[in-house]
Design a protein around this ligand. Structure first.
Ligand code: PEP
Ligand code: MN
Length: 526
């Protein structure tokens, strides 16, 4: 890029001079400085080596050799940092990944939306609860969900709290995985009793038997002795929304020995590397042909808040802060791509975020809605296919965020008042929720059939265009919540009030999530 182009003069704080949406104003600047000073001194939450490992695995996804499963809560609360909830999510992701391995016949890369998913973009800065207007809940890293105007003020101490909750979650994930939580020698609980339709239950049972037989066989013939079945890798991810936090955890490191990752352009490398050395990268085309390629840079900036972070659908403006911050970090990154993304913006965005054409660096997380995917995805695929990025991106389908809808439910008497639960529209894809002192209320839900339909269409469209759908991005929980309708259990709108606990978007419960994996596995086998 030219020195005055969008890639000039990157630093972890260069985003501050750009326009920003979803920004935060802290009234106590002293407390804000204290919080960021503290974060600046705390150790990284993940290492450069781990980040590079994930990037290598995503390279395999981009090349069509692996599949990416990403899932977790819409908004992770600090209260979710407890053993049961962490374990339930890990086990669910593990089971889903086994089903997907069976279906796609590919290695599965597991990324949890966890250990840092604390910041939420909001479609409206204010909301009214029980007649009181207050700032919207923006995630535990920022303010409290407690429906009191004072509790909704942004509190900079929460930045440090987020770090420690992330660290505790990450610590337990590491400890539990290395102590056998994901040990495939331990039988998994596949309980399919809830599946009402016997034909469907039989189909799922066949898959479970195939998986258990394969694992048994591996044990019998001793293929389990090489360390393969004792544990699995699980990477962490969140939306990189709160740039004050992300900047504080971004550190300059020497690239792990076996990096940088291979790129399509043999000697092109990212401008961020060059900035790490105080150089400005020349345009590749202007290099005289007799000059040897510049030596690969030795250092780069790694955002150590998670292995993978993504840019939300509301913050991906080409000239704004979020894109500026993301373009300089070494992590693999995601970009949410919704119906409002003009196809003509997609390649310019990729040029900014991945000028070195690193394979697997960018995950395009598409989220249009079951009724819109047909009009948008083909144009987006065509634009990328006609660009130098064609074989570098991972295409991932998020069938959740375009499929929000409202449901009117009657809560048990006394329910729904004063807890703030369900009273957010963090993703703006449903109308804002209103609660009244009556027992009837509007909550946000998603239909299992819409989710499945978007996924199936994504797979078909990619197939028909000679492209590879490399992954899914889901909002799910290991608990038996009732937030999305449909699925084999036959949850109806009337059932939603039974256990509707999300503080943001409705999640698939553990049965619905596993069922989705069974169905996707079936699509891949078609
Ligand atoms: C989300 O993933 O929770 C989210 C807010 O998504 P999007 O940016 O796609 O609306
Ligand atoms: Mn969400």
């Amino acid at each position: 890029m030219a020195p005055d182009g969008p890639s000039s003069a990157w630093s972890p704080s260069s985003w501050r001079s750009k326009p920003i949406v979803q920004s935060v104003t802290y009234s106590d600047q002293g407390a804000f400085k204290q919080a960021t000073d503290k974060l600046n001194t705390l150790p990284p939450l993940v290492t450069a080596r781990e980040i590079v490992k994930l990037k290598k695995e995503l390279r395999e996804v981009a090349l069509g050799n692996a599949f990416l499963l990403q899932g977790g809560d819409c908004a992770e609360l600090f209260d979710y940092c407890n053993q049961d909830m962490i374990e339930a999510k890990v086990k669910l992701l593990l089971q889903m990944s086994l089903v997907l391995i069976y279906g796609a016949k590919k290695k599965v890369v597991r990324v949890a939306r966890m250990a840092g998913q604390y910041a939420k973009p909001r479609s409206s800065p204010m909301e009214t609860i029980n007649g009181v207007t207050m700032a919207s809940f923006r995630g535990d890293i920022l303010n409290s969900y407690e429906p009191e105007p004072a509790a909704r003020e942004p509190d900079p101490k929460r930045l440090v709290d987020a770090y420690f909750h992330s660290a505790a979650t990450q610590n337990y994930l590491r400890a539990a995985l290395s102590s056998g939580l994901a040990d495939l020698h331990t039988p998994l609980d596949w309980s399919l009793g809830h599946v009402r339709d016997p034909t469907v239950r039989d189909q799922y049972q066949v898959i479970v038997e195939r998986i258990t037989d394969t694992l048994d066989m591996m044990r019998t013939i001793g293929l389990d002795t090489g360390g393969g079945l004792e544990t699995v890798d699980l990477f962490t991810s969140h939306e990189g929304l709160l740039l004050d936090y992300e900047q504080s955890l971004t550190r300059l490191f020497r690239h792990p020995s076996n990096t940088p990752a291979p790129t399509l352009a043999s000697h092109a490398h990212s401008h961020a590397h060059a900035h790490a050395h105080g150089q400005t990268k020349a345009r590749k085309t202007s290099l005289p042909t007799q000059l040897p390629p510049p030596p690969p840079p030795t250092h780069g900036y790694y955002d150590t808040s998670a292995h993978f972070i993504w840019i939300g659908d509301r913050t991906r403006q080409l000239t704004h802060s979020h894109v500026d911050f993301f373009r300089g970090i070494e992590n693999p990154i995601g970009v949410k791509v919704g119906p409002s993304m003009p196809a003509s913006d997609l390649v310019p965005l990729l040029n900014i975020l991945n000028p070195g054409l690193e394979i697997g660096k960018i995950v395009l997380i598409t989220r249009y809605g079951h009724d819109k995917i047909g009009t948008h995805l083909p144009a987006h695929i065509r634009a990328v296919q006609a660009s130098p990025h064609r074989d570098t991106v991972v295409w991932q389908c998020d069938p959740m965020h375009g499929n929000g809808r409202n449901a009117t439910v009657t809560l048990p008497s006394g329910g729904g008042e004063g807890d703030g639960g369900g009273n957010v529209d963090g993703d703006g894809d449903g109308d804002s929720t209103s609660k009244s002192p009556k027992t009837t209320t509007t909550i946000k839900t998603r239909r299992f059939s819409d989710i499945l339909s978007e996924l199936r269409q994504a797979l078909q469209i990619h197939r028909s265009m000679n492209s590879y759908l490399g992954g899914v991005h889901l909002e799910l929980t290991g608990e038996a919540v009732t937030e999305c309708v449909g699925g084999a259990e036959g949850l109806t709108e009337e059932d939603l009030s039974l256990n509707y606990t999300t503080f943001c978007d409705p999640r698939l419960n553990e049965k619905q999530a596993l069922e989705l994996a069974f169905l996707v596995a079936g699509f891949y086998r078609e």
